[in-house]
Design a protein around this ligand. Structure first.
Ligand code: PXP
Length: 273
């Protein structure tokens, strides 16, 4: 069997995890049932999402417990269940048995997940969670900053995967701060290399966007943060929520997903497979 260049690149492009939390945020603004994040997840799968990502927060500000049950029943692609390392969340995940879990830090006052998980500072607790979740059949990933100490601690904790927090890169990109973008890209690259040397599978996410979503004054042909991160060799999955759901308001969910997937393929093609 022979493959064309485009097919090869698509095969090697990072998988796209679509985070549906913000559909639930809009629903919860009025309570009730609409718009339904589970219906959005079904549409996202039809539109090409490889993974459905959601975060059940302690305060249930977006995804609710009944959404988790319905997602498990309705969605045919892997679910990536994001949660804090608490006894309550670990028990819910054990009951749900999603294909993937991403352990994240959580502070009630934060607007979104602002920093990475401190694995180093709570190694025993995170190791225990990794063991329990692996025993429940879930593949565990730890959402951390690209910091060598945290990456090494993640390997020690027994997690097979890490997700590198791209928030600092994304903020620098939105601000048009080229020097900071370069510094953050170098940090991510070094983190990915270290992860690879420790046998970890690496994912990335937070704040990633397309250039056509930049403010009017900026050039829509600028290299996007989604492209840059997809171009990093060895990033196996991208997890994207806010900018994708925001874009869907203008172009529809299917189109937004296909735009982000196309960007991931272009980025990966640039990185020479
Ligand atoms: N990855 C993780 C672990 C997250 O917690 C989130 C949401 O905060 C994302 C990716 C997606 O970030 P965003 O919504 O900014 O695209």
């Amino acid at each position: 069997m022979t493959f064309s260049g485009t097919q090869l690149t698509a095969m090697h492009a990072p998988l796209l995890g679509v985070n549906i939390d913000h559909v639930a945020t809009v629903r919860n603004a009025r309570g009730g049932f609409f718009p339904d994040p589970v219906a959005a997840a079904q549409l996202a799968v039809e539109g090409g999402a490889d993974i459905i990502t959601f975060h059940l927060r302690e305060d249930r500000r977006h995804i609710r417990d009944d959404d988790v049950v319905r997602l498990k029943e309705a969605i045919g692609v892997p679910l990536n269940f994001e949660a804090a390392v608490t006894d309550e969340m670990i028990a819910i995940i054990e009951r749900t048995a999603p294909e993937h879990v991403c352990l994240v830090p959580e502070r009630r006052q934060e607007v979104t997940t602002e920093g990475g998980l401190d694995v180093l500072g709570q190694l025993a607790r995170v190791s225990d969670a990794c063991q329990r979740l692996a025993a429940a059949g879930s593949r565990v990933s730890l959402f951390i900053g690209a910091d060598p100490g945290q990456i090494e601690a993640s390997a020690k904790a027994g997690a097979p995967c890490i997700e590198l927090h791209t928030g600092a890169l994304a903020n620098a990109w939105w601000a048009g701060d080229t020097a900071l973008v370069e510094a953050e890209m170098a940090r991510l690259k070094a983190g990915i290399q270290l992860g690879r040397s420790l046998g970890l599978r690496t994912h990335a996410g937070h704040g990633l966007a397309l250039s056509s979503d930049l403010p009017m004054a900026r050039d829509p042909r600028e290299t996007s943060s989604a492209f840059m991160v997809a171009a990093l060799p060895d990033v196996a999955e991208l997890h994207i929520g806010h900018a994708l759901i925001g874009r869907a308001l203008f172009v529809g969910l299917r189109q937004a997903i296909s735009d982000f997937k196309a960007e991931a393929i272009r980025g990966r093609a640039f990185s020479t497979v």
